[in-house]
Design a protein around this ligand. Structure first.
Ligand SMILES: *Cc1c(COP(=O)(O)O)cnc(C)c1O
Length: 298
């Protein structure tokens, strides 16, 4: 399944803000990988699922919110590869009827709903051991899929020929857990990477990303920065400005963006261009990391 990647399209956007500052903006459409597993989650799961398969086809267990792109991608990949999947979902079982979890259940994922307090323990050793005992020693993938194997996968998102073809010197992407940024930064050491956290108060991410890089054998990678001004109110919060921007991008550029990640990244990118963050002549590759499945719930 992981070999059957469509060639990922790149679109160059003619935006007046970019022209005024003489920078180029190119968008890598990871949302078009595949109709079902869209975006960066595909790359994050790739080596995790291969490992689960090698370990005798163990079930794969992971965590997510009720609209999680990660849970959605994992459920589908599990079905295609014939691997059993278990989703530990934050919130009440009423959510089971939303489009994200309806798909996940249809693709064979076993859903277990936990309280917010239980969900908070998702990294605790005792809690994880309890899950191992209860579900027959599954292969556990952390929330959002971010671990060393995810970094190995996300290092394959951007390749050298793409960088050369467009003369890319900056890559901009939205960050949740930072696993995608870690892989992209590691794979492109001569490019400047700008991550836009979509969570408010995400200063912890800097250490998280350093630790992820270290765990994947890239402790000397430091070609990346985080810009903390692109959360627009916090995770999953929206504003009239953001919504208007997303609908403008759809109308004017035929570009679908989601409200949680890619809409915020693009809006903040344009602000950064206007603020003169990028030097004249810069060629910027923005990553459309997907996430459009979550829009169906709105
Ligand atoms: C999960 C996700 C991200 C964030 O990826 P991280 O590796 O957790 O930083 C960005 N965009 C979309 C659409 C996502 O689903």
């Amino acid at each position: 399944m992981f070999d059957q990647l469509n060639e990922l399209p790149v679109v160059s956007l003619n935006m007046k803000q970019a022209e005024m500052r003489d920078v180029g903006v190119h968008l890598l459409r990871l949302d078009q990988i595949n109709q079902r597993v869209s975006g960066n989650k595909w790359f994050k799961l790739k080596y995790n699922l291969e490992k689960a398969k090698v370990q005798g086809g163990k079930a794969v267990l992971s965590f997510g919110g009720a609209y999680s792109n990660h849970i959605h991608a994992l459920a589908w990949a599990g079905q295609v590869l014939g691997i059993k999947t278990i989703g530990i979902i934050r919130g009440e079982s009423d959510y089971a009827s939303n489009p994200t979890l309806t798909d996940a259940a249809r693709w064979g994922m076993e859903l277990h709903f936990v309280t917010r307090a239980e969900y908070k323990q998702r990294k605790d050793a005792d809690f994880l051991q309890g899950l191992r005992d209860r579900f027959g020693d599954p292969f556990i993938v952390p929330e959002g899929g971010s671990n060393a194997l995810a970094v190995k996968g996300t290092a394959e998102i951007v390749n050298q020929s793409l960088i050369q073809k467009y003369g890319i010197d900056n890559i901009v992407l939205a960050c949740g857990t930072g696993g995608t940024l870690a892989g992209v930064a590691a794979s492109q050491p001569s490019v400047n990477i700008v991550g836009i956290p979509v969570l408010k108060g995400a200063k912890f991410l800097k250490d998280d990303i350093s630790m992820l890089l270290e765990s994947a054998g890239y402790s000397d990678v430091n070609n990346w920065v985080l810009d903390y001004n692109g959360h627009f109110g916090g995770y999953a919060k929206t504003s009239p400005e953001l919504l208007a921007f997303i609908s403008m991008m759809d109308d004017d550029y035929d570009l679908p963006l989601d409200q949680i990640y890619t809409g915020k990244m693009m809006l903040r990118l344009i602000e950064l261009i206007e603020e003169g963050f990028f030097t004249e002549g810069s060629q910027i590759l923005a990553l459309h990391t997907g996430g459009l499945q979550g829009l169906r719930s709105l």
